[in-house]
Design a protein around this ligand. Structure first.
Ligand code: BES
Ligand code: MN
Ligand code: ZN
Length: 500
């Protein structure tokens, strides 16, 4: 999609549709909505007075008009002003874009949502607009041969009446585009079925992405993993014919080294501790953490951010084969710690044990891991927030702020030392399950043993990595959660507000 910023009044821009907005409770539209109302002779005010436009969140009202440079007007509802946020600014942009794409519009002109009466800062509002639009039109029907919804929206014009703001907006548009394209790349990987996206294929795609984006990448195959001592990754993969991989992607620049570690289970059957059949197909998406960390590096590279980041992905398939890991087995992770495997379905923490230890060996100054780690996190927070856990309050605060600015919610769960009792084993240093109480937390408590002493945080994205139902602003399936948060975190830790 081609995205331009123009200094103009929205009413003079030629387009298939122009998008304006309305907060709930507003009777007399102001700003650009007011300007469009005036050229339409008060039609919008009339519809508001009649109660046909209420400004409720994601409400869409489409008007066909004649005698104007634009052929349609879409009024999108912003909801209650006191509930407005960057999250909603992005969603509303997605709702508008998705709706208009469905009507066959190719060229849409829009104002920024929330930068005026909404009180949002210009740059994050513009990033949210662009990201919301590009992620909103994403379809995710990769393997349909008929009835495929072709992406039709070709051009987005962001209209700003103040010419002085245009350079800032143009820079924000570039960032939003870099982030959104990385989010949609991550979604494509997560939506792939596991027979297509095997660990080897995923590794190839990561390597290809790195080559295209000017990132360095190194892939560890079975021999490489053996040589490295990544025995936990090898152990998880033993039940499958598909060999595991670990891919390390680097973006070189200045400042401290930031490591992003992702769980990449291309299919999680549970292994010998087999999962029930009903929802097992969803476990093709158990690699969303790996997709997100690579996506974040892609976004940073595209936006030209100058700093040191490494993404480490542990890729494997968890199946109950004849050589599979069995409950009761004891394995030794990369850092030498021994693990009693009480449940082969707690495989993510085994992969991450090695990957986190490797991040530590690479000398990372900050380590953040992302994983669809526990069903318990979905029970705790549902689908509205990812679980946020870690050892360093400053890093946790930076992550939460980075998430806020990305429209991705992270909610903290405590890592009290007393929880360590739950992962003690009679026969090894640790066991890989902590029983039913505080399942999301004990997952993190386990990981902590492999993260070393550096500031480390863990995001459990089990409830946020995909959407069960289509939303007005997004297709169902993978969300690409984490890409934008990690991108923002990297900018924060490098002290760089806007990339050049
Ligand atoms: N990939 C699952 C977690 C998951 C469940 C993600 C539902 C998304 C939706 C993970 O590997 C797993 O199976 N975790 C176990 C851990 C338990 C055995 C300690 C779980 O949550 O039951
Ligand atoms: Mn599992
Ligand atoms: Zn899993």
């Amino acid at each position: 999609m081609e995205i331009r910023v123009v200094a103009a009044s929205l009413t003079e821009v030629p387009a298939d549709a122009v998008v304006v907005n309305l907060f709930e409770g507003v009777r007399t539209p102001g700003g650009a909505t007011g300007a469009v109302d005036r050229v339409l002779g008060g039609t919008l005010s009339d519809l508001i007075a009649a109660g046909e436009i209420q400004g409720k969140l994601h409400e869409t009202t489409l008007l066909h008009v004649s005698g104007q440079p634009f052929r349609r007007v879409l009024v999108v509802g912003l909801g209650k002003p006191e509930e407005f946020s960057l999250l909603r600014a992005g969603q509303v942009a997605g709702t508008a874009a998705r709706f208009l794409q469905g009507k066959g519009c190719r060229h849409v002109a829009t104002i920024l949502h929330g930068a005026g009466a909404g009180g949002l800062d210009l740059t994050p509002a513009a990033i949210a607009l662009v990201k919301g639009t590009l992620t909103g039109v994403y379809q995710g029907d990769l393997h349909k041969t008929t009835d495929r919804q072709e992406p039709r929206l070709e051009r987005l014009t962001v209209v700003e009446h103040d010419a002085a703001k245009v350079p800032l907006l143009e820079a924000a548009v570039r960032q939003g585009q870099a982030v959104a394209e990385a989010v949609n790349w991550a979604r494509d990987q997560v939506n792939e079925p596991s027979n297509v996206l095997t660990p080897q294929e995923f590794a190839r795609r990561i390597q290809a992405l790195a080559d295209e984006s000017g990132l360095e990448a190194a892939t560890y195959d079975e021999d490489g993993l053996q040589a490295l001592g990544a025995r936990a990754i090898l152990a998880v993969a033993r039940g499958s014919e598909e060999p595991p991989r670990m891919v390390v992607v680097r973006h070189r620049g200045r400042g401290p080294l930031l490591a992003f570690v992702g769980k990449g289970v291309t299919f999680d059957s549970g292994g010998i501790s087999l999962k029930p059949r009903e929802k097992m197909h969803e476990m093709k998406r158990d690699m969303a953490g790996a997709a997100a960390v690579v996506g974040a590096l892609r976004a940073l590279a595209t936006a030209g951010v100058d700093l040191n980041v490494v993404a480490i992905t542990a890729l494997a398939e968890n199946l109950p084969g004849g050589r599979a890991l069995k409950p009761g087995d004891v394995i030794t992770a990369l850092n030498g710690k021994t693990i009693e495997v009480q449940n082969t379905d707690a495989e993510g923490r085994l992969l991450l044990a090695d990957a986190l230890a490797h991040a530590s060996d690479l000398g990372a100054d900050y380590v953040v891991d992302l994983a669809t780690l526990t069903g318990a996190c979905v029970v705790a927070l549902g689908h509205q927030a990812s679980g946020l856990m870690g050892s360093d309050q400053a890093l946790l605060a930076a992550l939460q702020a980075a998430g806020e600015e990305a429209g991705e919610r992270l909610w903290p769960l405590p890592l009290y030392p007393e929880y360590r009792e739950q992962v003690k084993s009679d026969v090894a240093d640790l066991r890989n399950t902590g029983g039913r109480p505080a399942g999301a937390i004990t997952g993190a408590i386990f990981l902590q043993e492999f993260a070393g002493n550096r500031p480390w945080a863990h995001l459990d994205i089990a409830g946020t990595a995909w959407r069960e139902e289509e939303a007005p602003y997004a297709a169902k399936g993978a969300t690409g959660v984490g890409v934008h948060t990690l991108y923002n975190l990297a900018l924060r830790l490098s002290g760089e507000a806007t990339p050049s």
